[in-house]
Design a protein around this ligand. Structure first.
Ligand code: FA5
Length: 336
């Protein structure tokens, strides 16, 4: 009877209930033991032996039933068998950061008109960031108030220093203009998106670490008209039809003339129909050509530098630059 009952026991409470019917105070085995006093004296040893054998057998069945229960509970914990070759049911895919998405969009737009992407290091020397860009020793941008300098004894294997100059974290991507002009011969047509660093106090529109996208175009007889045409095309592609660019006279040491670059679009809700600053631009200053050994009598060019965060903020109506760096998934998942 005990043996037959075992397969039906699938819960610990079933087991306890069944065990009580055999070995409990009112159990069958207990009854039999109680009945021993009625067995004739001479039969008792044989009867006792028989009962002990049953008892041993019953204990063995109990052990068996408990092992079965252990196995059942373990199987329930592990769940159904797994086929590791099947795709995961919830892959929770990662997504590109909104700044990466914006940068890639910008890359695509410029690629379509023949620009290639160039890169430069984030740790730079003063020469690439300032001297070669016609920025004099006493220019405010070179001040420790504005630019982050590396410690005097810093060693950067991949960037070599000229004389006594110091390593800095690049404060703009214009360094890549110089690197490109030294490495390649004109005509040139590059953009260079990347991270830059400044000692700016962080607020809703400024960060000490942000991104720019540089552009450089060198050929024969390049004019401001070419610059304006490329920028008009860029804003129409990024912000939609009817978007336009305004060049406001300004000053940068490495361009002459220099302009602030503003854009306006009819397509952006609250931000529509007002001029918004994107960056700076201008015609490459002949002194920059001199620094990299390009003949300024033969070649002319334009350059621009735009804030990538600025463009992403306008595109998506983001009102605080700090959202980009907080790694808050509620913010980031909106750009799936
Ligand atoms: C420059 O950095 C020049 N190198 C741009 C340039 C390149 C001019 C080539 C001429 C030729 P400026 O400091 O204005 O210029 O910065 C350009 C853009 O970077 C700004 O318009 C803004 O969009 C962005 N920017 C500047 N500072 C910050 C900051 N702290 N946080 C976020 N974006 C910034």
């Amino acid at each position: 009877e005990v043996e037959n009952a075992i397969p039906g026991i699938v819960k610990r409470s079933d087991f306890e209930a069944f065990k009580a019917t055999i070995s409990g105070p009112k159990g069958k085995l207990t009854d039999i033991l109680k009945g021993m006093k009625n067995v004739p004296k001479e039969d008792r040893p044989a009867m006792g032996k028989l009962i002990n054998e049953y008892k041993t057998q019953i204990e063995a069945f109990y052990t068996q039933a408990l092992e079965n229960l252990d196995a059942l509970e373990l199987a329930a914990l592990i769940g159904p068998p797994i086929d590791p070759s099947l795709p995961s049911p919830d892959p929770a895919p990662g997504l590109l950061h909104p700044l990466t998405q914006t940068r890639r969009r910008m890359d695509d737009v410029f690629r379509k008109i023949g620009f290639t992407v160039a890169e430069g290091p984030e740790v730079e020397t003063e020469w690439f960031c300032f001297d070669a860009l016609n920025t004099p020793e006493d220019h405010p941008a070179r001040d420790e108030q504005d630019t982050l300098f590396m410690p005097e004894d810093a060693k950067m294997g991949n960037v070599s220093k000229r004389g006594e100059e110091r390593y800095i974290l690049r404060s703009h991507t214009s360094t890549v203009q110089i690197r490109t002009m030294l490495a390649e011969k004109p005509p040139l047509r590059i953009i260079s998106p990347g991270r830059v660093f400044r000692r700016d106090t962080s607020d809703a529109t400024h960060s000490a670490n942000f991104h720019q996208c540089e552009g450089l175009y060198i050929d024969r007889e390049v004019t401001i008209k070419d610059l304006k045409a490329v920028l008009d095309y860029f804003v129409a592609e990024i912000f939609g039809k009817g978007s336009k660019v305004r060049l406001r006279p300004s000053f940068f040491p490495f361009t002459e003339p220099s302009f602030e670059l503003d854009m306006m679009t009819p397509n952006l809700g609250k931000l529509s129909n007002q001029w918004i600053e994107l960056g700076g631009c201008g015609m490459v200053d002949p002194k920059v050509f001199d620094a990299v050994g390009i003949n300024s009598g033969k070649w002319t060019g334009f350059a621009f530098g735009m804030g990538v965060e600025r463009i992403a903020m306008i595109l998506h109506g983001i009102d605080d630059i700090r959202h980009f760096y907080n790694n808050d998934l509620r913010f980031l998942r909106q750009f799936a």
